[in-house]
Design a protein around this ligand. Structure first.
Ligand SMILES: Nc1ncnc2c1ncn2[C@@H]1O[C@H](COP(=O)(O)OP(=O)(O)OP(=O)(O)O)[C@@H](O)[C@H]1O
Ligand SMILES: [Mg+2]
Length: 274
């Protein structure tokens, strides 16, 4: 099937007896198994507790070093190019509901964990990459006070985050409802990272989500104020994502995608120091 960029093999299965369409996801390489295990744990322990629609879990486990997961086929890929502002804010509302403190309270006891903070090596690699891309002067003050970005994000309460929330991990079912898939990166964080990834992955493809309207809908659904703290946390999350993650993906991003990320970076730096 499409996707599988994480390295898992994903197969669509059509079965006669009992009749149905299924999806089988198999991770064989050792480095992938931890993520695959996290996804099986999500479907076993957390899926029933989250307020978003997810595929039905049939079976999951490990055989001979491979992790497997069998789900019902739950929808088709979304095409955000034609979305109205309302559609985007509906998605932001669902995300806000997922990030509510009540969801964290029930999932924290069932195996959800926080992510490791970015290592010193990762920061150094990001800094080197952006210097090579000609952004040394633009980013020098931010690398020097990188901790301030994390501090701004941590101003928001903790919550259960999807962790790989881009449009490729969102399906729509026949009733046009969103179906949330690919839970390998689910973790406890602070929330705006999910928005940052969604926005930037869409932005690279030339789709510009209505960020302000989405933040308003998100805050209302999450039950937090739509205030300067939230906006600053969102900017800090976007900056962190561009600075640490995008250089790794640039070899796979054709122009004008890379230029769009650079433009976004310049805009974010200006907003951060405003
Ligand atoms: N339950 C499902 N129903 C219908 N299609 C699905 C389902 N699960 C996965 N798919 C399809 O298979 C693709 C890959 O699945 P998934 O995102 O779970 O794997 P992945 O290897 O983690 O992908 P990537 O790393 O590319 O995000 C999805 O983008 C989607 O098109
Ligand atoms: Mg995926």
């Amino acid at each position: 099937m499409a996707g599988g960029a994480s390295g898992s093999a994903v197969y669509g299965l059509s079965v006669d007896q009992p009749a149905g369409e299924f999806v089988l996801k198999v991770a064989s390489r050792p480095g992938l198994r931890e993520r695959a295990r996290r996804e099986v744990t999500f479907y076993r322990e957390l899926a029933a507790q989250v307020p978003v629609l997810v595929p039905e879990f049939l079976v999951g486990g490990e055989v001979e070093g491979s992790a497997y997961l069998l789900l019902t086929a739950a929808g088709v890929p979304t095409d955000a190019k034609r979305w109205s502002e309302l559609r985007w804010t509906e998605l932001a509302t669902e995300l806000g509901r997922l990030h509510r403190e009540q969801v964290l309270a029930v999932t924290i006891d069932r195996g959800a964990t926080a992510r490791e903070p970015a290592s010193a090596e990762k920061l150094a690699a990001g800094e080197r990459a952006w210097i090579e891309l000609g952004c040394e002067r633009l980013l020098a003050p931010l690398w020097a006070s990188f901790e301030a970005l994390g501090a701004a994000i941590r101003q928001l309460p903790a919550c259960l985050c999807h962790g790989d929330f881009h449009l490729g991990n969102l399906l729509t079912d026949p009733a046009d409802r969103f179906v949330w898939i690919d839970w390998q990166e689910v973790h406890i964080g602070h929330g705006p990272g999910d928005l940052a990834l969604l926005w930037q992955r869409a932005g690279v493809d030339g789709v510009n989500p209505p960020r302000e309207a989405m933040l308003t809908a998100y805050a209302a659904a999450r039950g937090i104020p739509d205030d300067a703290l939230l906006h600053r946390a969102a900017v800090a999350s976007e900056l962190t994502l561009v600075m640490l993650e995008w250089p790794t993906f640039f070899p796979y991003v054709p122009e004008p995608g890379r230029a769009r990320i650079r433009n976004r970076l310049e805009h974010l730096v200006a907003v951060w120091y405003r």
